[in-house]
Design a protein around this ligand. Structure first.
Ligand SMILES: [Zn+2]
Ligand SMILES: [Zn+2]
Ligand SMILES: [Zn+2]
Length: 333
């Protein structure tokens, strides 16, 4: 069966088409193996291979940029945007441009090369999320930045250039399209209903249950009603809050627990898939506290974008979210 479904936040349509689907086991999976690398810049002992650290945890008297850490944050060696300089926003006739100003940082979650979010203990995952919070709080003081995104590419097929597990933080002088669409959609919902659309989604999905993957005291993992990709899963905090970096410590512990649980389910059900993880949080300078609601999205890399998606912006998803949620529920972590 094939269905057009509309996302209630962004208004984006997707086609859920299970007819043309192969069996789950027929997805072309490229397991995300962490391969050994003697020259890995993120391994303990190789601190001199990265720019100087911005933050580290776990040091008991050891000097910065030497061994003895449990987590390090460093500037990206090859940043997509640079911190130094002025924006110098100007037009070229119709066209808008500014200098490539921003920040691009790397959170190295563990000194051990083979560790991943699936194998790390909860305290280490929480520490990594907390480091992102600390860095965001710091970057927000820079008046040039309008939004800050956190993401992870796990596995070469998902874009990871270094196999050693890490998160990336990018501060931007603009609000990117994906965030803009969500914020605008949430505002439109609020203007008519006077409620947060994400809180509404949580309420309905918890009552319905078919798309819920897992839940704990603070977090709910669910397959969205109109997912772009097979096994796309969102983790939403139950408590309304627009900004990831404003969440209380206890929610970081709950998120770490939920993330580990979800990734281990995906690891088993989908045979170590490459994946992208992203944190969506409110733009820095906008008063969206009433209606935006931070969340995490996890997207296993199982399919490729093709001509139809590029031509239409419609995503073709061969797995219904009800089925994806069922499969992930059945694989206990
Ligand atoms: Zn390494
Ligand atoms: Zn909300
Ligand atoms: Zn989102």
């Amino acid at each position: 069966m094939s269905e057009l479904r509309k996302d209630c936040v962004t208004g984006r349509w997707v086609i859920v088409s299970t007819d043309r689907r192969k069996r789950l086991s027929d997805f072309h999976l490229e397991p995300a193996q962490v391969t050994a690398d003697a020259d890995c810049p993120f391994c303990e002992g190789h601190e001199q291979m990265t720019p100087r650290e911005l933050l580290s945890y776990g040091r008991q008297g050891s000097a910065p940029d030497t061994p003895g850490w449990t987590l390090r944050v460093v500037p990206n060696q090859a940043p997509v945007l640079r911190v130094e300089g002025s924006l110098d926003r100007q037009g070229e006739g119709l066209f808008d441009k500014m200098n490539g100003i921003g920040a691009h940082e790397v959170v190295i979650e563990s000194p051990r090369h083979e560790a991943t979010l699936t194998t790390l203990d909860e305290a280490s995952v929480e520490q990594a999320l907390w480091a992102c919070r600390e860095r965001i709080q710091d970057l927000k003081r820079d008046m040039r930045f309008r939004s800050i995104v956190v993401f992870k590419n796990h596995g070469a097929a998902a874009g990871a250039a270094v196999a050693h597990s890490h998160l990336q933080i990018i501060a931007l002088p603009i609000v990117p399209r994906e965030v803009r669409d969500e914020v605008d959609g949430a505002r439109a919902h609020f203007e008519t209903k006077e409620r947060c659309v994400f809180c509404d989604v949580l309420r309905q999905e918890i009552a319905d249950g078919r798309r819920v993957v897992a839940a704990n005291a603070d977090m709910v993992a669910l397959a969205p009603y109109a997912p772009r990709f097979p096994f796309e899963t969102w983790i939403l905090p139950r408590r309304h809050e627009a900004r990831f970096e404003e969440a209380p410590r206890q929610e970081f512990a709950s998120l770490a627990k939920m993330l580990g649980d979800l990734l281990r389910r995906m690891h088993k059900a989908l045979e170590m898939p490459p994946y992208n993880l992203l944190v969506h949080s409110a733009p820095v300078k906008e008063s969206v506290g009433d209606y935006y609601h931070w969340h995490v999205e996890v997207i296993p890399k199982l399919t490729k974008m093709a001509g139809f998606e590029w031509a239409t912006g419609l995503y073709l998803n061969p797995v219904a979210p009800e089925e994806a949620a069922q499969v992930l529920r059945d694989f206990r972590a």
